[in-house]
Structures are given as structure tokens and as C-alpha cells.
Design a protein around this ligand. Structure first.
Ligand SMILES: O=P(O)(O)OC[C@H]1O[C@H](O[C@H]2O[C@H](CO)[C@@H](O)[C@H](O)[C@H]2O)[C@H](O)[C@@H](O)[C@@H]1O
Length: 302
């Protein structure tokens, strides 16, 4: 069972530590990626934005983490920043574990001209107000029927909550008195149920999700890059489910697409910061970065 939370954050990338946000680079006010690939990609994204795809995770990246997922709202200013970016960039996209329409509604993402929102790790696609999706596999109904009883039987404490997302279900522990203990109690039974239902276990920030197999954010990102003929890609995320997209960026580099990975950092998950070219302190840091990116693109174009 993969561990949703990790401890022992390396000092290097610990929020508030020396690399909480990369230092501004020479004079343009932008933070400098720590890797040569990241630095080259940032330069390419700034100078050739019309050939670039900018993609973002939703929760923890565009929207600060909150106790109840139904209360999620975007970081102030970030949707306006995406809308500005959309005027300059080839493609702006969101790739999320949420249902695509849910992310659009919670985020007010329809204010971003031309945005594509890929929901359920790529199984759904929202664009121009329409959602395209395949039918969920039958295993989802089995999980829906058995999950409440399983959560009760696991001994998971009060506050443990099931989010039914239609084509997947997630068990949240953030509102339990001891979220880590709740995850420990749930891990085995949820894994066993997922196996019986033919679903994938997707661990995240104080959540374990049971979802259809065959999709992930990496495949979703790669398809969109190919579809849009993007030469440069930017991907920002905060959680374990974003790591396949980081891996996709690395694979795309081998095919000549320049790529920059950005971590919206937290104390809860450290693997994403360790894998990123650039670390920003949460959604507020990302909003600031996007503002600087659009300002720089406009400056270079003037
Ligand atoms: O791919 P994402 O857009 O990052 O979605 C991943 C999961 O996000 C949501 O849960 C997370 O955010 C909640 C609201 O801030 C928070 O309460 C929870 O602890 C986090 O795990 C969402 O509820 C899940 O369905 C998504 O899969």
C-alpha cells in the first residue's frame, strides 16, 4: 500500500527552508529553476509562449487545501492570472483528480478563455462548456455499495468521510482527530476492495481514492501536448498523483519538447518538491509566479 503522507522532509526543499522558493534570477524577478533542463524550458516558455502548453493540477496547486473538499476555492488572483496567460500561451489546461465539471465550477475556470480541463486523471474532458467522458467501469458500483460498511468496520475514527465523485470514490481523513492513523486503518481494507473491484488505489493528501485504471495525469498530459503540437510544456502540481505528469515531462524532453516541472510545496508531501525543477510556496507562490511569467512574456514581446 503506498503511503499517502511522507515524513522527514529534506531540509533542501522544506517549506520555509532554503529552497522553499527558488531564488529570483538575474534581474527579471523570476525564480530560477534548480535544474539545467528547467532553466532552458523556462527560457523557451517565455520566448515562445504560443508554442507552449501550461498545465496545472487543481487542489493544492490552484486552490489552497481546505478541510472540506466541497469548500475548495481558487487562490485569489490565480484565475485572473490564468486568463491573462491564456491570451499569450498556445494552451492552458487543468489536469485534476476531480470531475472536470466539478473543477470548473469550484474554480470558476470557465473564466479562462479556451481552457481545457481534464478530470478524473484524464478520463473526462471539459471544453467550451461540454464534458466528454466514457462510462465508468462496473467496479465503481461495487465500491459505492461496500465502502460505507468497510469504513465503519475498519475502525477509522469520526471525521472520516467518503466523497463520491461518480466515476471514483475517495475516503478523506483530514477532518479526523488523527488523520494518519485513520489512513493506516483504511489502507489494507481499501486495497483489498480495490483489487476485487478492478480499480486502482490512488493515495493523496489525507485521502485514499479508488478509481478506474488505465488513466493517469502523465498520459493525459502527453496526449494533450501531442494534440496541440506543443514544443514547450509547463506542469505544476503538489501531490503524488502529479508525479506521473512530472515523469511525462521528462519523457517528452527526450522527444525534443522542453519541459518545466513546478511544485506547489506543502509539509504533507515532499516527493513532489524533490522531483521538481522549481518549487513555489503553495498556491500563493504559484499565483505570484504566473504573474511574473505573463509580465515577462509581455516584456519580451514589446
Ligand atoms: O488532482 P487534484 O486536483 O489535486 O485533486 C486531488 C484530490 O483533491 C481533493 O482532495 C484534496 O483537497 C481537499 C480540498 O482542499 C482536501 O480536503 C483533501 O485533504 C485533499 O486530498 C479532492 O477532494 C479529491 O477528490 C481529489 O482527488
Amino acid at each position: 500500500m503506498p503511503q499517502p503522507r511522507q515524513h522527514g522532509t529534506p531540509e533542501r526543499n522544506r517549506p520555509g527552508g532554503p529552497h522553499a522558493q527558488n531564488e529570483p534570477t538575474g534581474g527579471n524577478g523570476l525564480p530560477e529553476p534548480t535544474t539545467p533542463n528547467g532553466r532552458a524550458a523556462l527560457e523557451a516558455l517565455l520566448t515562445e509562449p504560443a508554442r507552449a502548453l501550461f498545465a496545472f493540477d487543481f487542489d493544492g496547486t490552484l486552490a489552497p487545501i481546505v478541510a472540506d473538499p466541497r469548500d475548495s476555492a481558487p487562490q485569489p488572483g490565480i484565475v485572473a492570472a490564468l486568463a491573462e496567460l491564456a491570451e499569450l500561451a498556445g494552451t492552458v489546461a487543468v489536469i485534476t483528480g476531480r470531475g472536470a465539471a466539478t473543477a470548473v465550477d469550484l474554480g470558476g475556470l470557465d473564466r479562462v478563455p479556451g481552457i481545457t480541463v481534464l478530470g478524473h486523471y484524464g478520463a473526462e474532458r471539459w471544453s467550451d462548456g461540454r464534458v466528454a467522458a466514457a462510462e465508468p467501469p462496473p467496479g465503481v458500483s461495487l465500491v459505492r455499495a461496500e465502502l460505507p460498511g468497510l469504513v465503519d468496520a475498519s475502525g477509522a475514527p469520526e471525521g472520516t468521510w467518503i466523497e463520491d465523485k461518480g466515476r471514483s470514490l475517495a475516503v478523506h481523513t483530514r477532518r479526523a482527530a488523527d488523520p494518519d492513523r485513520a489512513l493506516e486503518l483504511l489502507g489494507g481494507p481499501l486495497t483489498e476492495l480495490a483489487e476485487r473491484a478492478g480499480l486502482k488505489v490512488e493515495p493523496g493528501r489525507m485521502v485514499i481514492e479508488l478509481r478506474p485504471q488505465g488513466v493517469d495525469k502523465g498520459a493525459a498530459l502527453t496526449s494533450l501536448v501531442e494534440e496541440r503540437g506543443a514544443l514547450h510544456v509547463f506542469y505544476a502540481g503538489d501531490d503524488l498523483g502529479d508525479l506521473p505528469a512530472f515523469e511525462a515531462v521528462a519523457a517528452l524532453r527526450a522527444r525534443g519538447v522542453s519541459g518545466l516541472t513546478v511544485c506547489s510545496s506543502s509539509e504533507e508531501v515532499t516527493a513532489v518538491a524533490d522531483a521538481a525543477d522549481l518549487v513555489v510556496p503553495g498556491p500563493a507562490g504559484l499565483a505570484e509566479l504566473l504573474g511574473r511569467v505573463t509580465e515577462r512574456i509581455r516584456g519580451l514581446a514589446a
